[in-house]
Design a protein around this ligand. Structure first.
Ligand SMILES: Cc1cc2nc3c(=O)[nH]c(=O)nc-3n(C[C@H](O)[C@H](O)[C@H](O)COP(=O)(O)OP(=O)(O)OC[C@H]3O[C@@H](n4cnc5c(N)ncnc54)[C@H](O)[C@@H]3O)c2cc1C
Length: 610
């Protein structure tokens, strides 16, 4: 094939050098002084992942040293926001360690805003602390670089390798360099997947000229889920997609506006609207509507209902706060550190928030395990906390031996955010080191055949294009291949129309889901004919495959859960109520790697914190 193969044998391979991955590399070195630690990253760890552009707030900090919050409080908060369903062992474990990660960030040079009176970190909200965070990612990347033996940037990891000497054990990963085209084979005793969440699986609101703008990072291609699913790992809560109320067209964040600037929302006629929908929501979810703070999905529900009632747009009232020059400055700076494009959109649409109240909208759905929802792999918890069903030997290990997760990859731990994802990377790495030490001299076996088969499959789209393009004389439509952009748009359309996207007001039902699943299966067949013009398109092709697998998982989970647990995130039209009697549980799936059949089951929710 004329493609160079680069082999790397190591102890721990970290896939994805975002927040979880950098935390994993750092901690792996602390516990595994003599181990060989390697990171494989699709972009460049200095500016990769959801924090690439920087952040303005660290959203998860307990402040236990000052008696502000305890880990139990955070578990209660996350549980409440997720309508009762989180993995409380994982959530508690993250919360009890997260402060120490934040203290490391400060030690490494991240500038924190301080409260002038108390000297403590400046709070934006109960859990959020404010930072000058443009440099956040390069700072954690530096810690990872100093810890790892080698960082491979520009490697798109496409598949995990399996150990052939023992059933259900990982053996490394393969991928390709998006710049040189080299084929990379990482043979590893343990793999930590930290490859981020999924955007662009549902049709986005911003299409055409705005297509690159999404709320979650556009380059988050669901790899954390797809890699794990392909290896046969169990997934949990994949139906728990997230929809965000954000500034329209730029997806600019609203947290600092609500919490720090004290701005508020109103409908087109200047009225508060959330109370209008109180009884309607109560009829669907019962007493959950009385919980404080109101779960995010229920606030979305009121927003969506108000729009459907014809009283949109919904506005954020900024014109009052922006009269204060300090708050005006904070309002703009909030975007400069994180979502510059929102400021640009406002400028281009003649919106000066000092004089004009900007519109909000609800986004298309995204899938993730670290922000305010908790989709991801079904992982073992820590031994001192987890009940039997949640514990199988090593913290954050998936149901495949030697395969660990962090950040968006791990299911059940909502509201981890940047600091919590980094912390999860640390926890996973500590456990991975123990796993390797327990293996002693046991070797991993990966045959050339396994590697060669993957090599053939990975580069096939280049051949499909080269051969198929000879059949056409112009244009982009070929009878023999599908381009990645065409495949992406097909995927987004199916997910949007059948699995509860924006064009159906987040509504779906069993029949829609069954048809959606059929169309996704057809797409899986068609993926064999995807054509890639160059290495960049090859990257796009494999990102599409990962998005497709993630989408199949989301659709299967959504079909399985016969209730509307999170109105405002999605609705099952055939089961419009929350049903605690039958569905106060977690959902689990496994896709058989051989047959590609999905198996679904329920798992208990244990309330460890009262
Ligand atoms: C718009 C937005 C706003 C946010 N605001 C805040 C905030 O204000 N405060 C806060 O604390 N948190 C915030 N977060 C959350 C925080 O960014 C995430 O929780 C965190 O980054 C998740 O960490 P992760 O390691 O799972 O994923 P990421 O940090 O996204 O890292 C994933 C990494 O994997 C790499 N990768 C992906 N696929 C592959 C592949 N196939 N092969 C190799 N590498 C791959 C990516 O390039 C990336 O480097 C925000 C997130 C977003 C998107």
């Amino acid at each position: 094939m004329g493609i160079k193969t680069v082999y790397e044998d190591c102890d721990i391979l970290v896939v994805g050098g975002g927040m979880g991955g950098t935390g994993a590399a750092y901690e792996a070195r602390y516990w595994g002084r003599d181990l060989k630690i390697v990171v494989a990253e699709k972009a460049n760890i200095d500016r990769s992942g959801a924090v690439a552009q920087g952040l303005y707030a660290i959203n998860c900090y307990m402040g236990t040293q000052w008696g502000e919050n305890n880990p139990e409080d955070h578990v209660r908060y996350a549980r409440n926001d997720l309508m009762g369903l989180v993995r409380e062992d994982l959530a508690f474990d993250m919360a009890r360690h997260v402060d120490s990660a934040v203290h490391k960030f400060e030690e490494w040079g991240l500038p924190f805003m301080k409260n002038a009176e108390t000297g403590r970190y400046l709070r934006e909200g109960k859990w959020q602390i404010m930072i000058h965070g443009e440099s956040f990612k390069p700072i954690v990347a530096d810690a990872a670089r100093k810890s790892a033996d080698k960082i491979y940037n520009r490697i798109m990891v496409t598949h995990l390798l399996m150990d052939e000497s023992r059933d259900n054990r990982v053996g490394g990963a393969v991928g390709f360099n998006c710049r040189t085209g080299d084929f990379h084979v990482f043979r590893a005793k343990a793999v930590i997947v930290a490859a981020g969440g999924a955007s662009h699986i549902f049709k986005p609101r911003s299409v055409g000229e705005g297509m690159g703008r999404t709320w979650y990072a556009p380059w988050s291609s669901g790899s954390a889920y797809a890699l794990s699913i392909q290896a046969g790992a169990k997934m949990t809560q994949m139906e728990n997609r997230i929809v965000l109320a954000r500034f329209k067209d730029g997806y600019g964040p609203v947290g600092a506006y609500f919490l720090h600037l004290k701005t508020y929302t109103q409908n087109a006629y200047g009225n508060e609207y959330e109370t209008t929908w109180y009884e309607d929501t109560k009829a669907m979810v019962g007493e959950y509507i009385d919980h404080q703070p109101t779960p995010t999905c229920l606030r979305n529900h009121a927003f969506i209902q108000e729009m459907k009632a014809g009283r949109g747009p919904i506005y954020m009232v900024t014109t009052e706060a922006f009269q204060d020059p300090h708050l005006e400055e904070v309002g703009w700076e909030n975007f400069l550190g994180m979502t510059v494009s929102q400021a640009v959109v406002w400028a281009s649409q003649d919106i000066d928030p000092k004089y004009v109240n900007p519109e909000l909208t609800t986004s298309e759905p995204y899938v993730m395990g670290s922000h305010a929802t908790c989709s991801g792999a079904w992982c073992s918890g820590p031994e001192d906390l987890s009940p039997e069903e949640y514990f199988w030997g090593y913290n954050r290990m998936m149901t495949v031996d030697g395969l660990f997760g962090a950040g968006d990859a791990v299911g059940g731990t909502a509201h981890a955010f940047s600091s919590g994802s980094f912390t999860e990377g640390r926890l996973a790495a500590k456990a991975a080191v123990k796993y390797i030490n327990d293996l002693k001299d046991e070797k991993i076996s990966v045959t050339d055949k396994q590697v060669d088969d993957f090599k053939q499959a990975i580069y096939q789209p280049l051949d499909n294009y080269r051969i198929g393009s000879n059949e056409i004389v112009g244009g982009t439509v070929s009878p023999s291949y599908l381009l990645p952009i065409q495949g992406l748009q097909r995927l987004e359309k199916v997910m949007d129309e059948y699995v509860g996207g924006i064009s159906v007001n987040y509504m779906t039902n069993d029949k829609m889901l069954e048809r959606g699943i059929e169309l996704l299966d057809i797409m899986e067949e068609d993926f064999e004919h995807i054509g890639a013009e160059d290495l960049h398109q090859l990257l796009r092709a494999w990102e599409l495959k990962h998005r497709l697998l993630t989408s199949q998982s989301v659709a299967q989970h959504t079909l399985f859960r016969e209730e509307t647990r999170w109105p405002g995130y999605y609705y099952r039209g055939d089961h419009m109520k929350l049903d605690d009697e039958n569905w106060h549980c977690l959902t689990l799936s496994r896709r058989d790697p051989e047959t590609r059949e999905w198996t679904m089951e329920k798992a208990p929710v244990y309330h460890i914190v009262d």
